[in-house]
Write a protein that binds this ligand. Sequence first.
Ligand code: ATP
Ligand code: MG
Length: 147
Amino acid sequence: QLINLETFCLNLLEDFQLFDTKQTVIHFIKYGRCYRANMDEKLLYSILSNLLLNAIKYSPQGGNIYLFLKCEVEATIFQVKDEGIGIPQHEQQKIYEPFYRGQNVENIVGTGLGLAVVKKCVELHQGEIFVESEVGVGTTFTVKIPH
Ligand code: ATP
Ligand code: MG
């Protein structure tokens, strides 16, 4: 269905403020002018909420998190950026596998399924997902969904 992406993101962030016990600050930054996209609302919710949950979970108390919405001619780009623990280079290929959990997250609760679901949802839209991350600096996930 046709979604107003800006409204969708703002509503989603409102949901997140309610249960963010780590007092992270989520910044919403948008570029471009076309904010409507033909996407499945449930799949998009699943993509963004899992990425934001990870960003919160793997961030320090009070950390900054950014949700970027970029509308380009041929695709919509979503980015979730955090200043958290980061993902070691050698694990960055494995994190989308069901039940895979990083070696540096042993004392943080999780099942290792979030990103497997995200990847599936992205593929159902013929999209792509990338990660850029540095241990101790932070992580940025980029999701590109063609129009
Ligand atoms: P679940 O999402 O099922 O509760 P999870 O968060 O461990 O558990 P995924 O979301 O699939 O599972 O993530 C897989 C692994 O990727 C995590 O265990 C963690 O090692 C790493 N990871 C994912 N997102 C981040 C992030 N923003 N910062 C640091 N590590 C991350
Ligand atoms: Mg997760």
